[in-house]
Design a protein around this ligand. Sequence first.
Ligand code: GLN
Length: 468
Amino acid sequence: MSLVKEIQRTLDTVETLNAQLNAFISIERGHAEAKAQELDRLAERGPLNGMAIAVKDNICTKGMPTTCGSRILGNYHAQYDATAVAKLQEAGGIVVGKTNMDEFAMGSSNESSAFGPAKNPWDLERVPGGSSGGSAAAVAAGMVPVALGSETGGSVRQPASLCGIVGLKPTYGRISRFGLVAFASSLDNIGIFGREVKDVAGVLKSIAGRDPKDSTSADVPVPDYPGVLEDSLDGKIIGIPRSLLGEGLDDEIRTSVLAAAERFASMGARLIDIDLPHVRYGIAVYYIIATAEASSNLARYDGVRYGFRAEEAEELRQMYMKTREEGFGPEVKRRIMLGTYVLSSGYYDAYYAKAQKVRALIKQDHINAFERCDAILTPTSPSTAFRLGERSDDPLAMYLSDIYTVSANLAGVPAISIPCGLSSDGLPIGVQLTCDFWQESTVLNLAHKYQTEFPLEAKPSVFAGDPG
Ligand code: GLN
């Protein structure tokens, strides 16, 4: 079958399922068909071989909307492709659309999107997680095999866990952030979703590496990730921080994650106990640093430079205020206010400077741990997918969704979530593996071996079958 036909079939599926899932904000049929036609004419389609890819709507794509799930960018079209998107296309990937997300990637449920929430394909009454909920739902439902998301504090791993798929957050600096709309620049990363670890490895290989357009992208060699997936796990050491598995963690998740650890042991890994003494301050530190950086990054949305502008303002300052009042939703406003507060002169030392110090301690905890083990194993999320609306009025409960994920962003190390079982009510549970800086190969090797030996056989209730 020609690639054009395959892509048309994929797009039909995407359109049909999207009516239930609201996973996409825009579906790019014209663009995808044209790209497929181009690839059909080539003798060599590149390593991604025409793979259909969904892209989170805070990653710039030339000629398509990039809304960030916000009214303030509701009519914004980027003039250029993010480096990750350009590289995907060079490798033979085809962007089929832009996915739903929490507004400016702030959230853990996709409910703060100005375009309505995406739904979890396992149970349409439940959230897919966030903030990259649309990408996670699209992959879980079989609309596309892989998708890009973004991570500031867990926004790829947590929705991957809640949707029963694989979600990778690479080392800070591994993938260029050029064209990723900034939320909290020292924490932001592009991440990758897939149903299969091997697809995630292939995409990572295609998009990783130094980019002159992003000075924080690192000049570290990019290994052949697909080539390491079958390496033996003999002698690998997995550290378990048992003190983090206590209060607040759902019992079924604890049991399932500890069983996953035993399965790694059965494949040749050795389990040891480790301690990450400062990780329990992660949420507090994250919500100071992330909001501080967000308050600065989001100052650019003033009605002059991008997107939406409020009407009927009599003078300039009023236009700024009305634009921001009408353009941003409540969660974004809360973050801007919190961030402005922690950076204000009277509170800077007490909050922001203190948080930076504790962040350094959290990073050091990881450096110490990786002297003793190759990977740290924890749950990804303290609960399975919750009901739509269940946490919307309680920001603190929502923020606690990220308790196991934020420390990898604060430390800058790579981590993955893979499915490890189902709860008694049939919802997916994810286990998280975190490795040392630049050790994505180890992350992917462990995850792939686990997935091949212990695949999650169950499928969500909304599922298309494997496209193509
Ligand atoms: N849920 C976290 C937050 O709301 C993480 C978001 C993210 O990783 N983009 O900030």
